[in-house]
Design a protein around this ligand. Structure first.
Ligand SMILES: [Zn+2]
Length: 468
């Protein structure tokens, strides 16, 4: 059976060689007033990053990931010393979305859409939008903006809601549901935009790129247009004569043989262009079906697709390893099962039990935005499962259970699996996190093998530790 998935990239960041050039007469940038600590930036960014990765499909591709990280690290090293924050955790991930968009969260997490490299003219342009985003982070514009806006009653919690937007969860999160992707993208003031352009240009030059590619990428984004105009430009308004201002700054930033087109850029661009068409961010938000041709609903990406089904599958190991989802939860998984996907939804299955149609034995685990009503959210989730696996029918009504002390439901579905040709038993456990999100654990096994899996499944469900 299969399920809606989003993915996480686990590849470690690679260090990059960096060369900085001495510079003269650039615009001086003054760090805006900020009443928050850098720790606040980090915490807010981390929380928002969890939500982003829950909501948007990331691309798992170690080569593409390493490439993006190389550019990102090169730029980070080139941040002028007075704006560096060694405590920040800069990291870079590809989102499987078609829009020319990129966004960075306080404290370092950055997301670059696949559409960005598919449409950029060279590596310089890709680095340009990243350098601009990086500048917002280094100058701590999100918390600076909150400092400016804050009245007496303003707290970090409300700031968290601004940043987390739609997917913070809980009551307030639900109310903000309509904010969609923009929730992660603060609309910056023109003053901050101008700062990010100037610092971005300086970082570009120090990293060995042509600062004019920062100006060029704005034109590339603009040309994409679209009905509502590119989202990136609505959250990064033109401070006025953006192109001219960057051009002026670039005159002071001399770079010998700047990095323009690279082989890595061409390779990754070609690979992404050859992938099934990605959805736009707003299509992903609204749950529109994928434009891809593999039947997946994950922006065309199916993490188990490379597996081969087999009739003989090793029984679950009695040794377990612990899988952790940030600080939110931990769970024990047999150590001979592989892990697929990530963040919001993750699947675990033994060799021979996964492939293009999902898994035939194993466990799926995930969190989705909830309404705060467990019964209703459970029904919604069950509906999605049956929709994606039409051979499954209800074997039992939802029975009450507890999961790590939380109230929950257990529901059994069954039907003849088109993969194994045998009756498949799918058991779905649902509960709600304190912030009102739906947590689901789904076990899958052919009925005639269920005897060999029952202890394992019980151990897994009993091992769940929910910290939210
Ligand atoms: Zn901006």
């Amino acid at each position: 059976m299969r399920v809606k998935l989003s993915n996480r990239i686990t590849t470690a960041l690679l260090a990059a060689a960096v060369f900085a050039l001495p510079l003269v007469a650039q615009t001086r940038i003054s760090i805006p007033k900020n009443k928050y600590s850098t720790r606040d930036d980090i915490q807010l960014g981390q929380k928002a990053a969890n939500d982003v990765e829950r909501q948007f499909p990331l691309i798992i591709d170690s080569d593409a990931q390493a490439y993006l990280s190389r550019i990102g690290e090169r730029l980070v090293e080139a941040i002028p010393p007075e704006f560096q924050h060694s405590e920040f955790n800069y990291r870079f991930k590809w989102v499987n979305a078609s829009d020319l968009n990129a966004f960075a969260l306080p404290g370092g997490p950055m997301y670059v859409n696949r559409g960005m490299i598919e449409n950029a003219h060279n590596e310089g342009e890709l680095a340009g939008v990243m350098a601009h985003e990086l500048s917002h982070v280094a100058l701590r514009h999100a918390t600076a903006q909150a400092t400016k806006n804050s009245g007496a009653g303003n707290t970090l919690r409300t700031l968290g809601l601004i940043l987390g937007g739609a997917v913070v969860g809980g009551q307030s999160g639900a109310e903000l549901g309509a904010m969609a992707a923009q929730g992660f993208m603060l609309k910056y003031s023109r003053e901050y935009e101008s700062q990010a352009d100037m610092l971005g240009a300086q970082i570009m030059a120090r990293a060995g790129y042509d600062p004019m590619d920062l100006a060029n990428v704005f034109q590339t984004i603009q040309q994409q247009g679209g009905k509502a105009g590119p989202q990136w430009l609505s959250s990064h308004p033109d401070p006025g004569n953006r192109y001219q201002a960057i051009s002026r700054e670039a005159q002071y930033l001399r770079v010998q043989n700047p990095i323009k087109m690279t082989r890595d850029f061409e390779r990754i661009q070609a690979r992404f262009r050859a992938m099934p068409r990605a959805r736009s961010m707003s299509q992903i938000e609204s749950g529109a079906p994928s434009g891809g041709n593999n039947g997946g609903d994950n922006g065309g990406y199916n993490p188990t697709a490379n597996g081969r089904y087999s009739d003989t599958v090793a029984t679950p190991s009695t040794r377990y390893r612990t899988y952790r989802e940030g600080n939110v939860l931990s769970i024990s998984i047999p150590d001979n099962w592989r892990e697929f996907g990530g963040s919001a939804d993750v699947q675990f299955a033994p060799e021979g039990a996964y492939g293009s149609e999902g898994i035939t034995r194993g466990v799926m685990l995930g969190v989705s935005a909830g309404s705060g009503d467990l019964t209703r959210d459970t029904q919604t989730y069950l509906g999605q499962i049956v929709q994606g696996n039409t051979y499954l029918g209800r074997s039992s009504g939802a029975t009450r259970t507890t999961i790590n002390g939380h109230q929950g439901y257990q529901t059994v579905l069954s039907g003849r699996s088109p993969i194994t040709g045998r009756t498949e038993i799918v058991t779905i456990y649902t509960t709600e996190t304190r912030s009102g999100q739906l947590l689901y654990i789904t076990t899958v096994v052919p009925e005639n093998e269920s005897y060999y899996y029952s202890n394992t499944f019980r151990n897994i469900v009993n091992s769940i530790q929910l910290n939210d």
